[in-house]
Design a binder for this molecule. Structure first.
Ligand code: CO
Length: 466
């Protein structure tokens, strides 16, 4: 059995390179061809695709999923979401997580990959349970980062817990692209030794080391790798599908992809890429190697957000200071991995600390919530002085955050009854209230107008009478 490949260009590829702006039509045109490639799965949904569809493209994310499912008869479809956060920025109650899994599977998803920014598995329990209940395959992704607490032993223990929780596979999710080849080898070897679950590696080419890390991981027994078809590979996206298929060909790791299907899709994807390069959404910078990632251990997306925030404040000259402040804030917070939503929280707090001239003079609300334990367990103890300054002697939640939430799906349904026409709509509204209500209002208005334009039976009979 060779290495399995999960094609990620239709989700993470365009999310990493040009802010998830590919349209459903573009995605479907490629998915249709790639369905013949022999991938283990194609990642096509979740992450930022959901928000981006409604916010920028005026498209229904659920319709995208159904359209892709229609043209993918052979390949499993995979999605990504953030456990109890689903795709939003707060914790949702268990019944909403359950409904989201149910509807995702009903609309065409086969594999649900979930992760938690803090690797707090209590935030993933419901997603695993519901995915299995509705017949899906559930993968738990461990947010990879480096820190004094994020050791090989830490990840190995976590992997054992993942197996106990009932997940079907484990993914090492290196969102920043900082996993080095030797660490990859050690990590995969240790996890393989301690669990029976298949292991997948997900990283980004941003720092220029990813291909080597993938190779080291494969030699250590990694079962599945995430890659992007070449026009959308490299840079801040995943390494190239064609390159790995070629390099591994004829070895015991041969992924045995159908090269004809890959070739057929290349010009289609090339054309799409050219469009986003021309309209400026794809910044050529995203395609080159960025060694700062390894130096500061900060994901590429976070660096560009930071630059935008500083530019808006006319404070680009403070960029280096902010970059130095990030690891300090992260240490104060107990070394959370810098992945959504923690990357935004730590980044914004670092900017405030530098620009206001006093650390934690002003504090973002999400950081306050974090310190109250509302996001889950801290990877390491937080700095007690900083915590005292921000939340005083407030009580810190130690139970599973979602245990404090009452079932809310029915009340959300009631709340949105004037806009929502399906449970899928209710979920869109629950996750992105303002964006989804604007989108759905427009969608149903135009749909209703179209229906009115059609001659109804009454009009026809009226005409006949005349
Ligand atoms: Co990624």
């Amino acid at each position: 059995m060779g290495v399995k490949i999960v094609e990620t260009s239709l989700r993470d590829g365009h999310q990493s390179l040009f802010a998830t702006r590919m349209t459903t039509e573009e995605v479907v045109s490629m998915a249709k061809i790639l369905d013949n490639a022999g991938y283990y799965a194609m990642e096509v949904w979740g992450g930022a695709t959901f928000d981006s569809c409604m916010r920028f493209l005026n498209e229904d994310p659920w319709e995208r999923l159904r359209e892709v499912r229609k043209v993918c008869k052979k390949t499993k479809l995979q999605m990504l979401f953030r456990g109890q956060n689903i795709l939003g920025y707060r914790h949702y109650s268990d019944d909403v997580v359950d409904m989201f899994c149910k509807k995702s599977i009903e609309n065409g998803i086969d594999i649900i990959r979930v992760f938690d920014a803090l690797n707090d598995l209590r935030n993933l329990r419901q997603a695993v349970e519901s995915t299995k209940k509705y017949g899906g395959e559930c993968q738990i992704a461990l947010s990879y980062t480096t820190s004094p607490v994020h050791t090989i032993e830490y990840y190995t223990n976590l992997a054992k817990e993942v197996e106990k929780l009932g997940a079907d596979s484990i993914c090492i999710k290196d969102m920043a692209g900082v996993l080095l080849p030797n660490d990859a080898r050690e990590l995969i070897t240790a996890i393989k030794k301690n669990t029976k679950l298949p292991i997948e590696l997900h990283s980004h080419s941003t720092a220029g080391v990813c291909e080597l890390s993938y190779m080291a991981a494969i030699e250590a027994g990694c079962d599945i790798i995430d890659t992007c078809l070449s026009p959308l590979s490299g840079g801040t996206a995943q390494p190239s599908t064609q390159a790995f298929n070629t390099v591994l060909k004829g070895t015991k790791y041969d992924p045995a992809l159908n090269v004809d299907a890959l070739h057929e899709c290349e010009p289609v994807m090339e054309k799409v890429k050219a469009k986003y390069l021309a309209n400026g959404l794809l910044n050529p910078k995203a395609l080159s190697v960025n060694p700062n990632i390894l130096k500061y251990q900060v994901p590429g997306g976070m660096l560009s957000n930071l630059m935008n925030q500083l530019k808006a404040q006319n404070a680009m000259d403070r960029y280096d200071e902010v970059l130095k402040e990030i690891p300090r804030v992260r240490k104060d917070m107990g070394y959370p991995p810098l992945v959504t939503p923690l990357s935004q929280m730590v980044g914004t707090q670092s900017v405030l600390n530098v620009l206001l001239g006093e650390r934690y003079k002003m504090v973002v609300n999400e950081i306050k919530d974090y310190l109250h334990g509302k996001y889950g367990k801290f990877p390491a103890p937080v700095n007690p002085e900083v915590s005292k300054k921000i939340i005083g002697d407030d009580k810190i939640i130690t139970q599973r955050p979602a245990d404090l939430l009452k079932p809310e799906f029915e009340s959300l349904k009631e709340k949105y009854k004037d806009i929502a026409r399906s449970d899928e709509d209710v979920l869109s509204l629950a996750l992105f209230e303002s964006v989804a209500s604007e989108f759905l209002e427009k969608k149903y208005q135009t749909q209703d107008v179209k229906e009115e334009e059609k001659p109804s039976d009454e009009v026809i009979s009226f005409n006949i009478v005349i």
